[in-house]
Design a binder for this molecule. Sequence first.
Ligand code: XMP
Length: 516
Amino acid sequence: MATLSTHPGGIVILDFGSQYNRLIARRIREAGVFSEILPYNTPYEQILERKPAGIILTGGPSSVLAPDAALPDPRILQAGIPILGICYGMQLLAQLLGGKVERGQVGEYGPARFYRSGENALLEGTPQSFRVWMSHFDQVKQLPPGFRPLGKTGNVLAGFYDDRRRIYALQFHPEVSHTEYGDRILQNFVLNISRAATGWTTGNIIEHQIREIRRRVGNRRVVLGLSGGVDSSVAAVLIHKAIGDRLTAIFVDTGLLRKDEARQVPETFRRHFRMNLRNVDARDRFLSALRGIADPEQKRKIIGREFVEVFTEEASRIPGVTFLAQGTIYPDVIESRPSGGPSATIKSHHNVGGLPEKMQLELLEPLRELFKDEVRRMGLELGIPHKLIMRHPFPGPGLAVRIPGEVTPEKVRLLQEADAILLDALHRHGLYDRISQAFAVLLPVKSVGVMGDERTYGHTLVIRAVETTDFMTARASHLPSAFLDEISTEIINRVSGINRVLYDITSKPPATIEWE
Ligand code: XMP
């Protein structure tokens, strides 16, 4: 696994569980510096291995006053590496360095006005007072020896520092956009105080990854499952650029893909990128395995199992393959960490059925350090069409999870038609890029209608469109009602078999984005 040792001079972020941690990492990367989120209790040796220029202790839900408070390896305080503690991280520093923390009378949540005291390196370039975002209950009541106050919000101490030891603490969150000058403060820490290595740019990342792939693979062979989604497409093009025909991409037509995709994806990669690609038509196999199955979990399991079998069979026909490449990205890594920081959660249903274990191949995951927006920028720079790069996510089990109940070829066909009309209309109206994900769901519910002089008895279709930044929470998009009118009419007129269209207005939670 690639770590900071291949990007020395970056920033290590110790994860104490705040919901904003990924924002810290992204803000730092946007400043051109590599940053890595590690569990809060990562041993000192592992932190040093990465040769970090600075360390950030994040916010988190626990209290330093609790007997089981989350603590970092204390040796980081003696290392001479610049440290910035944010929120819980500030209280930790106060406690560990000999100050005093108390339970506050009332919590401070949301916006507040910060008043600076004096000048120092962290707040360089900020005015005497500005708006900040707070989220805490405990308060630092007494500074650790040798430290000076940074400023206050109301009567509450909102930060402290020691320029000589290069240790800084902030009660507010500089990473959230509601904090004015937040970017400037983080940049002061990263660039001026830590003097971190810059050069984390899309061009450099591509060059670095190509070198790494060539070094690891040598003249051996790689196989990759290409779905046509953003991550696997970018991984495929990057690896292809590094090792050319020693990469074989396998595209499986499960029969559960969107309309025309089974034709378009292989065509794009063969024609445009001249990639070595095997196209497997497994439609019958998937659809027969799903016959008579209505339970969502069982459907997912069957699809996962069939996928592994089809993929393994196809891969075993390619002689001399040593590596299995995957488009795993950084959020997947953080989310599936078995003993990660407190903010780690596991999305087990997204890991398509255990491919790597079964295949005994070495894993090649060139995107595992990258956030989605970095992957997208990389894809554009590698010449992947804009439309593909800006695509909404599509679940591994495909349309099967958008057909509650039994999946039949006829239902898949109806859904493909309706979904294509929806996506086409969103593009036409310039709405596609303004929402995070939109799709149609075909319900196993029929209702009576009337078209012309005839009575109809047809399927019900649901339109779902959501807005989200991380797909962990989402709200239903407010699509214009004229647009909803238009697609409802278009779908019912053009897809015979559907005679009613509904709009899903549920957020996540309590619902999930997909229906199954
Ligand atoms: P849910 O339905 O869990 O979906 O709110 C969150 C996001 O994940 C996508 N999704 C999947 N992606 N394999 C995937 O690669 C899956 O099995 C899967 N299930 C859901 C979903 O489309 C949404 O973007």
